[in-house]
Design a protein around this ligand. Structure first.
Ligand code: SAM
Length: 251
């Protein structure tokens, strides 16, 4: 099954977006339209939609799927290279991934802010990132997608960053955490979980096709209940998983 077919079967992801899109109106951009599913949800409510997808293999199918909507202009192009003739009341942009590291949500939305009306809105509205200390056998950064967890949790998870789309976001991310340990064992990594605010009122946790938690191995440290670990974490949002750097220090 293709990546886009799997996206369409992810009912939890789509239910949240359906709910949010029911309230849109005016001029809408769907950036990174993929299969066109969000454009098709928005078509009954919007005056006009610019639906943009840069991948020609995907776009060749999407253009056929969206042909039936008279208020949709489908554009096969990198959205950052388009001179849009109008500003948007709503920008739909679902290029999400955990902590916004591997997909281009942040650089693309930063580049399109000039096309969002002053009272315009972005769907999804934002993202909240949480981190927890773990034991993992994995030696590589990986998504925790299996039903069998690839980690053992060593302490509570805490929110470490929150973003609102529709405002400029600095893609260079630098954090210093203090993680509390409540179990004896080997600390060997951190696990990041992202929650999507589809609107300010609709919160969506990881779903099968959106934001699987990310496991990042670090240096190893023997820990016991009551310890606190310091972790420095940096990455480039939209830069890919190989931009992730960590440093661990006992406290
Ligand atoms: C996660 S898929 C989402 C598909 C669709 N929005 C959905 O919710 O089902 C992200 C899509 O964004 C497209 N994309 C990424 N960067 C883009 C850009 N700069 N301009 C246009 N499309 C882009 C990718 O090719 C991919 O198809």
């Amino acid at each position: 099954m293709s990546y886009h077919q799997n996206l369409l079967l992810d009912q939890e992801r789509l239910a949240g977006f359906h709910e949010a899109i029911k309230n849109i109106k005016g001029i809408v951009f769907d950036i990174g339209a993929g299969s066109g599913i969000l454009t098709s949800c928005a078509a009954p409510y919007a005056d006009f939609i610019y639906s943009v997808e840069k991948d020609p293999r995907i776009a060749s199918k999407t253009v056929l799927f969206l042909k039936k909507y008279h208020n949709v202009s489908f554009i096969e192009r990198n959205a950052l290279e388009i001179d849009f003739p109008v500003k948007a009341d709503y920008i739909l942009c679902e290029m999400l991934d955990t902590a916004l590291i591997d997909e281009e949500q942040v650089p693309v939305l930063n580049g399109l802010l000039k096309y969002l009306k002053d009272d315009g809105k972005v769907i999804p509205h934002g993202l909240i990132n949480c981190v927890e200390p773990v034991f993992t056998r994995s030696e590589h950064i990986c998504y925790d997608e299996n039903e069998n967890p690839q980690h053992q949790t060593l302490g509570p998870y805490e929110a470490y960053s929150r973003y609102q789309f529709g405002k400029y976001i600095d893609p260079h991310a630098n954090f210093k955490f203090k993680l509390n340990i409540n179990k004896e064992g080997w600390f060997t990594g951190i696990r990041i979980t992202s929650f999507t605010l589809i609107t300010p009122d609709i919160l969506c946790g990881p779903t099968p096709m959106m934001n699987s938690p990310l496991i990042i191995p670090t240096e190893r440290l023997k820990v016991k209940k009551g310890d606190t670990i310091g972790v420095d974490l940096s990455y480039q949002m939209g830069g890919g998983l190989n931009t992730i750097k960590t440093r661990v220090h006992g406290i």
